[in-house]
Design a protein around this ligand. Structure first.
Ligand code: HEM
Length: 417
């Protein structure tokens, strides 16, 4: 290292994986405070890692010339959450081309269809409900039906529950170790097998599918060489739509928790004002924990603000911490949807689903879908039904990934207004 380099603050000790599991969403924030630095070095899973937190740091992280995604996600996460060979691990032209396959689904027509499906599914499930309802489990079921409809995967009503289990395992147990990790891997293998079989039948014209749906589009998508994708890759990418749509249940659960915890904010939503609904949803995505951080590797060695980033080094960008950075958000620990009236819409400060650009960057392909589903859900819960919260344990733990209220939120006495 040349002498103009500054030493990065560095975690002492051999490995900090256990501390990461213990401190969960606060791991990077705690060290930012301890070292008074938005950049520091640690060791995770036996490997040196640089951690970043903040807006400028996010802008650096999303510079494609400096970082690569190849081999950035830990193997155990690929084998559960993402799948292997999917868009998350691609770079450059190959990534851009594959990402376009996802983004071509995010049209105004499709988004408005998703909005309608969301209300339809909630009405079907809750309008005649006389029993107590677990919001998390019910959301997973209605989102599974919505995801299968949206992607064009044929299913019978009674098969939806099976899909809920396999798809949920992939995101609920991805960060676990031991038996839960293996259960998640088994669910992924099973779901990939189902999808591969389906893709083959679509390609052989043995099943009729709507040409505008992802199942058809992805099955016949060609790569930069003009070749059809391997059917396993198509399966992984279809699951990259199905799984995260079901995972929106985590945000739905927090959204309904927010209805319980912040009644004064709920009052502002009572006339279905679109802007107010949006700001509430944005604050749910900012305030509550979901994805703790995202990862990349240094493409070629470079210097930044006097610090040296060596080729191949693993780099973590703190998503939760950046959304709670007091330099960017006043009173970040307060749930305050109106803050979004002032927000300047930077791609690097509000990053619950990643930052930067959608097409040439790795920002979440499903961010608009997520926002729309949450907005419709919020409108339904506030303006279409009334309900009560029985006594329950709403606490959630900041070292569970994903975090969820202990009771997963129960409601009862549901009535259509
Ligand atoms: C449930 C709420 C969601 C959360 C919290 C979330 C979060 C994220 C995050 C953090 C990333 C990685 C960003 C990065 O590495 O820079 C990501 C990428 C991605 N997400 Fe989401 N997501 C959600 C919903 C969705 C939905 C509904 C879809 C699809 C309909 C989706 C599809 C994707 C895809 C395909 C990528 C990879 C993009 C790329 O590598 O270019 N996500 N998401």
């Amino acid at each position: 290292m040349s002498k103009e380099h500054t030493d990065m603050p560095k975690d002492k000790g051999l490995d900090h994986t256990l501390q990461l599991l213990k401190e969960g969403y606060f791991f990077i924030m705690n060290r930012k405070d301890k070292y008074d630095s938005r950049i520091f070095e640690t060791k995770l899973l036996g490997e040196k890692a640089i951690c970043l937190i903040g807006k400028e740091e996010a802008a650096l992280f999303y510079n494609n010339d400096k970082f690569s995604r190849k081999g950035a996600a830990p193997g155990r996460i690929q084998k559960t959450l993402f799948g292997q060979g999917g868009v998350q691990g691609l770079d450059g032209e190959e990534h851009h081309h594959r990402k376009a396959m996802f983004m071509s689904l995010m049209t105004k027509e499709h988004l408005s269809e998703i909005q309608n499906m969301t209300k339809e599914e909630w009405r079907k499930e809750l309008n005649n409900q006389s029993e107590e309802v677990n919001v998390y489990n019910t959301s997973k079921l209605i989102l599974t039906r919505l995801a299968l409809r949206f992607t064009g995967v044929p299913f019978k009503e009674e098969e939806a529950e099976q899909w809920v289990d396999e798809l949920s395992d992939m995101f609920e147990n991805a960060a676990d170790i031991g038996p839960k990790h293996w259960k998640a891997r088994m669910s992924r293998n099973k779901a990939e097998d189902w999808m591969m079989d389906l893709v083959e039948r679509v390609r052989n014209r043995e099943v009729q599918v709507n040409q505008n749906r992802a199942l058809h589009q992805f099955s016949f998508h060609t790569d930069l060489q003009g070749e059809l994708l391997d059917k396993k890759i198509v399966a992984v990418e279809l699951l990259n739509l199905l799984r995260p749509i079901v995972a929106i249940a985590v945000y739905v659960d927090f959204l309904v928790l927010a209805l319980h915890d912040y009644p004064e904010e709920v009052e502002k939503l009572k006339d279905s004002d679109k802007e107010k609904l949006l700001h509430f949803v944005q604050e749910v995505r900012r305030y509550y924990p979901f994805f703790p951080f995202t990862t990349a590797r240094v493409k070629e060695s470079f210097d930044w603000n006097g610090y040296n980033f060596k080729e191949g080094t693993l780099v973590l960008l703190d998503l939760y911490g950046t959304n709670h950075d007091p330099a960017l958000w006043s009173n970040p620990g307060q749930f305050y949807p109106d803050r979004f009236e002032e927000w300047q819409a930077s791609p690097f400060d509000f990053i619950p689903q990643g930052g930067g650009e959608f097409d040439i960057g790795h920002r979440c392909a499903g961010e608009w879908i997520t926002i729309d589903i949450l907005k419709e859900t919020l409108d339904y819960f506030v303006n279409e039904i009334s309900f009560e919260f029985p006594t329950q344990d709403f606490k959630f733990s900041m070292n569970d990934i994903p975090a969820l209220p202990e009771s997963k939120v129960e409601i009862r006495n549901i009535k259509v207004k």
